[in-house]
Design a protein. Structure first.
Length: 731
């Protein structure tokens, strides 16, 4: 088929699909409560450094790290999941800040002032110049032929770097406290000045800079970033402060987002602020409404997050004793809870029936929540339990609660907001979890293995069968004539329940961690295996299960399956989403922010319900299912690349086309007109880096002439895969 014919057919399909989508939206058939977790934030990789990483700057495929007493370190970040230390040079002082301009790196080196390195050979920085400063050089910023040094107790120092190897002092101004960070916008320098908040310096005359405005902040201003008319200040124990600088001489605090920990630095990307926190890693704040910033949550780092810069869809975090950490942040929507309600106890389990969620809330028994409005759920009732409520399930108008030391409790849901206890039965062990199937309750009973309870008469429960397991049964899933038990230190155990009165242990496989929960999809089991994350086990032969894949997470506690996705509740990493389309190649998409402490998860057709100890219930959008209609148009190679929408679109005079790669690859990017004719080639089988890549089209053709207004297509190719999207030029 010719290119022209291909694009004519593509256009016909596009028009048809747009009309079909409009009809689906109008009829309410397209669900709105889902998002794509695939490009959500997660800790991609890291590289330790010999010193204490304080700050980082990015140039091409290299990160330059101000590494404290170990000077300047160079890290190859071509592959974000495997950054490599490739060079470094010691400095005489204490490297605190770093900035790149052209082929030079400038380092704020504490008592040794300003150092200049030539990075023509990126892996071998060469010291070519220096300049003393009167204070303690902490940060640097280059603008308009000058470098501005935040010089601790000596405020702001300015040097002419027309000749980079020979920086010449031109002026300075003391600030009232300690200058930690400096940002330049237009004629002003904005100084994060410790206990004196934000200082605004007029730098119109570099020889005589003058403080023209200031605003005290409640904490200790350690970092600042400017976006539009606002300065965002990392303010120590007072989180993020938002300062209106539309009138530079009269800065005014207009908003704040408080959070635990010590905020040290901040970077802005789109409508999000990324704040480093010494104790809790990277905190993400929604700043779409600057006067009302909203903390979304955090991404933990192994060290003490000190400095941050954003480049190519990644946050590069200087993580003190843990070197450089790379966190993917290339997403227009960051997964986070849309609603929640606290419970009085420590939420252990969750089940949903209709408009109500039922929480096994530890010592606070069973909590009943109205979730008819997911953005504003509310508590409507509770039922005390005789001991610690650990697990919960609903079926046939009843709710079943696994209670430590007291077995199974059954409550009638005739009045859903006020369950009525109608039956109970003690079990010989410690009831941890319960699953309902075929008129039976299957209880994971810790040291007493699996207990089978006849629930045909809820008021007269009877244990009709049991099978001991070698470990401690924490949860159970049923598939066909088998019960699959997450058996703590003994991994997965398989029990034949074809005769519920005589269940038989028939197989099993150990897992490397501590099996807390299990879910079944097709011929595979997915085990939440504590520090060993998600374990994928082939059940083709149930009597001989085999581990076929795993994805390590910090503290996996529960797992649920819907469609091609697995949803994991991780006590430390939070609520996580995995693509399990290919069980032997399970792919982690991302974690939702603000969901640390997750203990259990329930997935409905629209939402994910997460039991979080200490926070009760959190409600999140579920992962969107693949658009099978759109898949007719473009054969997308999932997990290899994502082609993002052009922005702006429509555009004039230029637009940016972005794509993300999970690993470095050779790519091509072509522009076609409506008739299918090649207009311009942006990339022609060129090597692109892992992560987010951006290419600008200036609206010109291959002859360099401006093209006319209209609809164009941009086609992305890598290997044998391609995807095409539309962009409109207007004049």
């Amino acid at each position: 088929m010719s290119e022209s014919m291909y694009f004519q057919k593509l256009m016909a399909k596009t028009v048809f699909l747009a009309a079909l989508l409009a009809c689906l939206i109008a009829s309410g058939s397209v669900g709105a409560q889902c998002i794509n977790y695939e490009n959500g934030p997660y800790l991609a990789g890291g590289a330790d450094t010999p010193g204490s990483a304080r700050c980082t700057a990015i140039s091409g495929n290299y990160a330059y790290v101000a590494d404290g007493s170990s000077g300047l370190q160079v890290i190859d970040v071509m592959t974000a999941t495997n950054p490599l230390n490739v060079g470094g040079v010691d400095t005489p002082g204490d490297a605190r800040g770093v900035v790149i301009s052209g082929s030079h790196v400038y380092v704020a080196d504490g008592l040794s002032g300003l150092l200049v390195f030539d990075i023509t050979s990126p892996e071998n920085p060469l010291l070519v110049g220096s300049a003393n400063t009167p204070g303690y050089a902490r940060d640097v910023f280059v603008s308009g032929g000058f470098i501005y040094v935040a010089d601790g107790g000596s405020g702001l120092q300015i040097f002419d770097i027309t000749v980079p190897a020979n920086p010449v002092f031109v002026g300075g101004v003391n600030t009232p406290s300690n200058a930690y960070d400096v940002e330049i916008v237009g004629d002003y320098a904005y100084i994060a000045d410790g206990d004196s908040g934000l200082q605004v310096v007029d730098i119109t005359n570099a020889e005589s800079p003058t403080i023209v405005g200031s605003v005290d902040t409640p904490g200790s201003a350690r970092g600042a970033a400017i976006s539009g008319n606002y300065a965002f200040v990392a303010d120590g124990n007072y989180g993020l402060q938002v300062v209106d600088i539309s009138t530079a001489t009269k800065p005014l605090i207009v908003g704040s987002a408080g959070f635990f920990g010590d905020a040290r630095d901040v970077a802005i990307s789109g409508s999000f602020a990324f704040v480093t926190n010494l104790e809790f890693g990277l905190t993400v704040v929604d700043i779409s409404s600057p006067a009302s910033p909203r903390k979304l949550g955090g991404i933990g780092t192994p060290g003490s997050a000190s400095g941050v810069t954003i480049s190519g869809g990644y946050a590069y975090v200087a993580d003190f004793d843990s070197g450089l950490q790379l966190i993917r942040v290339s997403t227009p929507e960051i997964p986070s809870p849309i609603g929640g309600v606290d419970t009085p106890g420590f939420a252990q389990g969750v089940a949903v029936s209709g408009a109500y969620a039922y929480i096994a809330d530890g010592a606070s028994g069973l909590q009943v929540l109205d979730i008819s409005n997911p953005e504003n759920p509310g508590s409507v009732g509770s039922v005390d339990m005789p001991d610690f409520a650990r697990g919960v399930a609903t079926a046939g108008g009843f709710v079943y609660v696994a209670v430590s030391g007291f077995g199974l409790q059954v409550l009638d849901l005739a009045n859903p907001s006020s369950p009525l206890l109608v039956g109970s039965i003690d079990t010989p062990g410690t009831a941890n979890g319960v699953t309902i199937s075929g008129g039976y309750a299957f209880v994971a009973d810790s040291e007493s293995g699996l207990q089978v309870v006849d629930i045909s008469n809820p008021a007269n429960l009877q244990i009709v069968g049991a099978a001991d397991t070698p470990g401690y049964a924490w949860s159970v899933a049923i598939s066909g004539s088998f019960a699959f038990v997450a058996d703590a230190g003994e991994g997965l155990q398989v029990i034949d329940i074809s005769n519920p009165a005589n269940p038989q242990l028939v197989g099993g496989t150990d897992t490397p961690g501590w099996a807390y929960d299990i879910a079944i999809s097709g011929s595979h089991a997915y085990v939440a295996d504590h520090a060993s994350g998600l374990q994928v086990i082939d059940l083709s032969t149930p009597t001989n299960p085999q581990i076929v894949d795993s994805v390590i997470t910090d503290s996996a506690r529960a797992v649920a399956i819907l469609g091609r996705y697995a949803y994991l509740a991780d006590r430390n990493d939070g609520f996580m989403v995995f693509d399990i389309e290919t069980p032997t190649d399970t792919q982690l998409f991302s974690a939702a922010l603000g969901t640390g402490g997750s203990r259990d998860v329930f997935i409905s057709d629209e939402y994910a319900y997460v039991a979080v100890e200490g926070d009760g219930l959190l409600i999140l959008p579920k992962q969107c299912e693949p658009d099978s209609v759109a898949a007719v148009v473009v054969p997308v190679a999932r997990r290899r690349f994502t082609l993002h929408g052009a922005h702006p679109n429509p555009f004039n005079p230029q637009t940016t086309i972005a794509f993300s790669l999970v690993e470095p690859a050779r790519v091509s990017l072509h522009i076609f007109d409506l008739a299918g004719r090649l207009v311009f080639t942006l990339l022609d089988d060129e090597m692109a880096r892992q992560g987010l890549n951006e290419v600008i089209w200036n609206g010109r053709n291959k002859s360099g002439r401006q093209v006319s207004s209209g609809l164009y297509f941009y086609q992305f190719e890598t290997g044998k895969y391609s995807e095409t999207k539309r962009v409109v030029l207007i004049k």
